[in-house]
Design a protein around this ligand. Sequence first.
Ligand SMILES: Cc1cc2nc3c(=O)[nH]c(=O)nc-3n(C[C@H](O)[C@H](O)[C@H](O)COP(=O)(O)O)c2cc1C
Length: 204
Amino acid sequence: MAHLLHIDSSARSSGSATRRLSAQYAEAWQARNPGGTVTYRDVTADVPNLVDEHWVRGVFGPSEIHDTESRAAVTASEELIAEVEAADVLALGVPVYNFSVPAAFKAWIDKICMAGRTFSYTSEGVRGLLGGKKVVVLRSSGSDFSDPRFASLEFHEPYIRGVLGFLGITDVEFISVNGQTEEQLAPHFEKATAAITNSVGAIA
Ligand SMILES: Cc1cc2nc3c(=O)[nH]c(=O)nc-3n(C[C@H](O)[C@H](O)[C@H](O)COP(=O)(O)O)c2cc1C
């Protein structure tokens, strides 16, 4: 049975463009996959703990130095990783904050990047272990990053593509809107709606 992991990371609980787009994606996906299931996670309402001493000890330290805190930190990561592993498709609502991703989204990324678990070091280099999934990033920004004046500040898409690729996920699609007013955003929403329909329709 097909499974979708739907994640939001906007700080805004209302009026958010990315929440609107990701909800639209999830609804279209559900209509296309009536027997499919969805897991929803709001990483802003429930921010994953930042990487801390306990987590580093639990993930990188030898078992002799593991303790209650380090085991709990690893278990929390495992829960997030299991949600990704269970999904065929991930719909990620990710606004542009200060030219990159919101800190809450980065906290989630930091928890699913676990050496020996979601990527491994081999003699041929790093191998991502989360392959075979499709990711759709629903993105919103105030500025238009296709404007050459902003090109050097575009860290959002390259970062997301880079880190997901590192984990073995290379089928990544961006559906973006930009603007600072409803009026500016409106034509982008129209195109995004068509892109969502196409994207969901293209999934086998
Ligand atoms: C903290 C913060 C930082 C932002 N940084 C940028 C930025 O660097 N570049 C940009 O174009 N827009 C930036 N914006 C505008 C947001 O990307 C834009 O309002 C987007 O629609 C927010 O997503 P949301 O509508 O899902 O909340 C920022 C907004 C906030 C709240």
